[in-house]
Design a protein around this ligand. Structure first.
Ligand code: NAD
Length: 480
């Protein structure tokens, strides 16, 4: 059976205490491997290795660091198929999605930040005839990158790549639920020639490894993506130690559909933005607000397409909906379907677990589910479900749509559908969301800042923001 190992000081090693957790395949419910259940001793070894590697790595020319990252991007591209299969196996997502989205985006994270390393400039401020100030951005040192299970390799590399590019050394922890691609990345990092200790990957649980990393005195910054409750816990632990934090947290994203939109495209993209990866993307829109004039028309077209989504074996190329990531998560999502009924919701489609025959008989499958008749303040429209469950709500005015869209504790992303360019700008800028897409969804430009507002996070990532996050600025003032 597959047994994953930690990457510490350039070597693949077992956890110090020798403990492992089972790895389950969500599509079958069957174990297919073991992941280290590491602890503070493994974290300490990884931090020491990173500290030892730091002086040479931070002093290396940016171009040289960048070349290693670009090499890693090429290796990910060369191993695209095996990485996609690994991600589909431990996450339950359709293989076609892992192949077309997650893995290519992981490669482009390394390519983007690898090339950015050589273009990272700094500022000077001249006070004519008096002084010159210039800013030096020093790499912070050893940093922690902690990521969730929903886009395992994509989000893991999104954090690691900018940290390495600016000259930090990294101790990274993938989710214990989906660690397989991070393990394969360990092997590729060795092949890419990353010096030992520059990137360390420690597997294990949040309490066992994550907490030990956050508390370790050698860690200068924490880049975390995951749930809002975990983010709170990390912020509490990090605050007394004055560690720099970037927290990318949960969301409850609205789609605003105005009557003047291109309806066919709005329906098609809303289908994707609701149900891609079984709704387990932090940027999925789970509250679809539709202008009343086109509500029935939108609903009819949307439901027809939702009912046509094929739930099936993630390895089958025709599958559009794979398995949810775990039994625990499936039960959580089912409990919200029950709550939606209790809150007076009208079920329009879905709502039940799917039992597939054959290989996938024990898998965690759920019908894509749509409710209506739920008010904006009910729990189903306030709390993050993180599964294939969406609500439809008609609105009468732009003001009402914006108020409902903004009426949750979250502020991660929003999608806006209209042909009226003035309205697009006006509404976009009123939305409390770190990312607003107009007439599109999940469009990515790595140069832009990314991150949530309100309880969806602090500390922007992406582009220059991400590179700057992993540095500390120093001003040098020279008297003329
Ligand atoms: P989670 O918070 O349970 O776990 C995330 C990671 O944190 C895992 O690696 C976990 O082991 C670790 N962890 C848990 N407790 C910890 C602790 N005390 N200290 C340090 N690390 C700890 O989240 P999840 O269930 O894996 O992921 C789903 C959540 O992630 C959703 O809320 C989703 O919205 C969010 N998410 C946000 C974004 C974004 O960009 N904002 C992207 C993807 C996912």
């Amino acid at each position: 059976m597959l047994q994953l190992q930690n990457l510490i000081n350039g070597q693949l090693v077992p956890p110090v205490a020798g403990h492992y957790l089972p790895l389950l395949e969500p599509a079958t419910g069957q174990p297919f491997g073991q992941v280290p259940d590491s602890d503070a001793a493994d974290v300490d070894a990884a931090v020491r290795a990173a500290e030892a590697a730091l002086p040479a790595w931070r002093a290396a020319p940016a171009e040289e660091r960048g070349r290693k990252l670009v090499r890693l991007a090429e290796l990910i591209e060369q191993h695209l198929e095996s990485l996609a299969r690994a991600e589909s196996q431990d996450n339950g997502k359709p293989l076609s999605l892992a192949r077309s989205l997650d893995i290519p985006r992981a490669a482009s994270n390394f390519a983007f930040f690898g090339t950015a390393a050589g273009h990272f400039a700094t500022e000077a401020h001249v006070q004519e005839g008096v002084a010159v100030n210039y800013t030096v951005r020093h790499p912070l040192g050893v940093v922690a990158c902690i990521s969730p299970w929903n886009l395992p390799l994509y989000l893991f590399t999104w954090k690691i790549a900018p940290a390495l590019a600016v000259g930090c050394c990294v101790v990274a922890k993938p989710s214990e639920v989906t660690p397989y691609t991070a393990f394969l990345l360990s092997e590729l990092a060795q092949q890419a020639g990353l010096p030992p200790g520059v990137l360390n990957i420690v597997h294990g649980t949040g309490p066992g490894v994550g907490q030990a990393l956050v508390e370790h005195p050698g860690i200068r910054a924490i880049s975390f993506t995951g749930g809002t409750k975990t983010g709170e816990q990390i912020a509490r632990s990090a605050a007394p130690r004055f560690k720099k934090l970037s927290l990318e947290l949960g969301g409850k994203n609205p789609n605003l559909i105005f009557a003047d939109c291109d309806l066919a495209t709005a329906v098609q993209t809303s289908l994707r933005s609701s149900f891609a990866n079984q709704g387990q993307i932090c940027l999925c829109g789970s509250r679809i607000l539709v202008e009343r004039r086109i509500y029935e028309q939108f609903k009819t077209a949307f439901l027809a397409q939702v009912r046509a989504l094929t739930v099936g074996d993630p390895l089958d190329e025709t599958t559009r909906q794979g398995a949810l990531v775990s039994e625990v998560h499936l039960q959580k999502v089912l409990s919200y379907i029950e709550l939606a009924h209790q809150e007076g919701g009208r079920l329009l489609t879905g709502g039940h677990r799917v039992l597939l025959p054959g290989r996938c008989a024990g898998g965690y499958f759920l019908e894509p589910t749509v409710f209506e008749n739920l008010g904006p303040a009910c729990r189903v429209n306030q709390e993050e479900i993180f599964g294939p469950v969406v609500t439809l709500m008609p609105f009468d005015t732009e003001e009402e749509a914006v108020r409902w869209a903004n009426g949750t504790e979250y502020g991660l992303s929003a999608t806006l559908w209209t042909r009226d360019v003035t309205r697009a700008h006006r509404v976009a800028q009123q939305l409390h969301a770190g990312v607003v897409w107009v007439n599109t969804w999940l469009h990515r430009d790595l140069r832009t800042p990314f991150g949530g507002m309100k309880n969806s996070g602090v500390g922007r990532e992406g582009g220059l923001e991400a590179l700057r996050f992993f540095t500390e600025a120093q001003n040098v003032c020279i008297k003329l």
